[in-house]
Design a protein around this ligand. Structure first.
Ligand code: GLU
Length: 497
């Protein structure tokens, strides 16, 4: 059950570690937090967990902000905009963690441990982990070891008996025997905290009411429950969302093996954020509303989903990431987009591919291609030729349709050209009927004739509808391209294909 009593205003956070481009699972976690905050009129906070300095990458803070902004997951407090609970970057809060580590030591709830990494390694060979020998050291021992210059870590004192239970909003109560838990390190020898301490101090001080995070943290949650108990702090309600599985393997989707596991993949490859966030709603949760025909609705916004988002309906088991479905959805968003808006999205894609884009031409192209592309990037292959400055005349090989030869093709194009040049009617389809008659006269299938014209004029065997494309290209250019194709064919000796 989701308990959102007014005494504890809803405050949730997304707390990524800046270790590279955001993972698709990270975006999904952020999105579920965002929807939860919107659902209950709460706040969505962005906090950067960079206490693992070895893994922290310079560039990736920007990557995180960029990824979240792209997805439209706006935050109410965070490192870039500040807020009443800042700073929102853990490396700027080290004093706080040290203060609370000392507080735990002073209350005999944590202790210093001076073992070297070699000593720890030999202990872990026994598979029992740390043997808690630091518990028996006195303050005099500490003074002596400090004088010897021995570094120490701070470990949390886990109760040796009893059980710990927490209630997961997704999975219900989970109980663990305390004697299966380790005295975890909460402060490292360099004075930096581990995740276990840092996130608890922050979640408490930032008055986080609900924690929604990846299921990989379930095994650590009993420890966290005990640490909250030791401080005497109220623990936020907690929900663990399931992993996202790769479609191919059934294993976890990983950036190493699956390019689409990194959120940047989607903007680099022409996906719309609305489609990605729409899709992610159904990864681990399910929108579940039906349309007037009783069909399950597939197309909806994250804002609509937020209105009914129910964390307790999140599934406990992993969900496969279905790129086919997502790409289909992306196509739907492209089809439904306002023409000018779509043109504005397509323009930079064409420009990045080296084309000079005339917006008027692009606006004429949009209705021809919107049904044919599923990603913005497909515009380049589908319709780049409209914007090509220097058109390369296709080779004879490409121009000659199946079961025809060079001479026949040249003749067909020559006669088609004459028909097209003589037209007085400017409507796009005016040439179609006379060209069908021509095909029949020449004993050709219409597809053979139209195919040859298509390659001659667009340079492609597949293109948007031929006559509409010709109308955009314009008569002069069309006829000139046909002339060049005829010339190429006359120099060719290609026999029947
Ligand atoms: N920094 C942790 C991570 O990236 C945060 C986990 C949490 O949300 O508590 O996995």
């Amino acid at each position: 059950m989701v308990d959102t009593n007014a005494a504890r205003p809803v405050r949730v956070r997304f707390a990524p570690s800046p270790t590279g481009d955001l993972h698709i699972g990270g975006i999904r976690t952020a999105q579920f937090n965002w929807m939860f905050a919107r659902r209950y009129g709460g706040k969505f906070i962005l906090r950067i967990e960079d206490t693992d300095q070895k893994r922290t990458k310079e560039a990736s803070l920007n990557g995180i902000l960029e990824g979240l902004r792209w997805a439209g997951l706006n935050w109410d407090e965070g490192p870039d905009i500040g807020g009443p609970y800042g700073p929102y970057i853990q490396s700027e809060r080290i004093d706080l963690y040290q203060h609370w580590a000392v507080w735990l030591i002073d209350h005999d709830l944590a202790y210093r441990a001076y073992e070297t990494s070699e000593e720890l390694e030999s202990m872990s060979k026994g598979h029992k982990g740390y043997d808690r020998r630091g518990r028996s050291l006195t303050r005099e021992d500490w003074a002596r070891l400090d004088a010897e210059g021995r570094p120490y870590v701070v470990r949390f004192k886990v109760p040796l008996t009893g059980e710990t239970t927490f209630t997961d909003m997704v999975r219900g109560p989970i109980t663990t025997r305390n004697d299966t838990l380790q005295d975890a390190i909460i402060l490292k020898s360099d004075g930096w905290p581990t995740y276990h301490l840092a996130h608890i101090v922050d979640d408490h001080l930032m008055e986080i009411s609900h924690v929604i995070r990846a299921e990989e943290w379930i095994p650590s949650t009993p420890l966290h429950t005990l640490i909250y108990g030791a401080f005497g702090w109220e623990m936020p309600q907690i929900a663990h969302v399931p992993v996202i599985l790769a479609a191919d393997s059934g294993g976890k989707i990983s950036k190493r093996k699956h390019p689409e596991a990194a959120i940047s993949y989607f903007w680099k490859n022409g996906y719309l954020p609305e489609a990605v966030t729409n899709y992610l709603c159904n990864v681990g949760w399910n929108y579940g509303l039906t349309d007037e025909n009783g069909e399950e609705m597939q197309v909806f916004s994250k804002e609509d989903a937020a209105k009914i988002f129910d964390i307790t309906r999140v599934t406990g088991s992993g969900t496969k990431f279905d790129m086919v479905k997502l790409t289909w959805l992306n196509g739907v968003y492209i089809r439904n987009m306002d023409a000018l808006e779509l043109a504005k999205h397509l323009r930079p894609v064409l420009e990045a591919a080296g084309f000079e884009v005339n917006l008027d031409v692009l606006l004429q192209v949009v209705p021809l291609i919107r049904e044919r592309i599923k990603t913005l990037n497909e515009i380049v292959e589908t319709a780049g030729f409209f914007f090509a400055e220097d058109f390369t005349t296709p080779s004879a090989d490409a121009l000659i349709p199946k079961k025809m030869n060079a001479a026949q093709t040249a003749e067909a194009l020559q006669r088609a050209r004459a028909i097209m040049a003589a037209l007085t009617d400017a409507s796009p389809h005016a040439a179609e009927e006379p060209l069908r008659v021509l095909a029949e006269e020449m004993g050709l299938k219409p597809g053979q004739l139209f195919g040859a014209i298509r390659v001659a004029v667009t340079g492609q065997a597949v293109s948007p509808p031929l006559f509409e494309s010709i109308a955009i290209i314009g008569e002069t250019t069309t006829l000139a391209r046909m002339d060049r194709a005829i010339e190429a064919l006359s120099e060719s000796s290609v026999e029947t294909r």
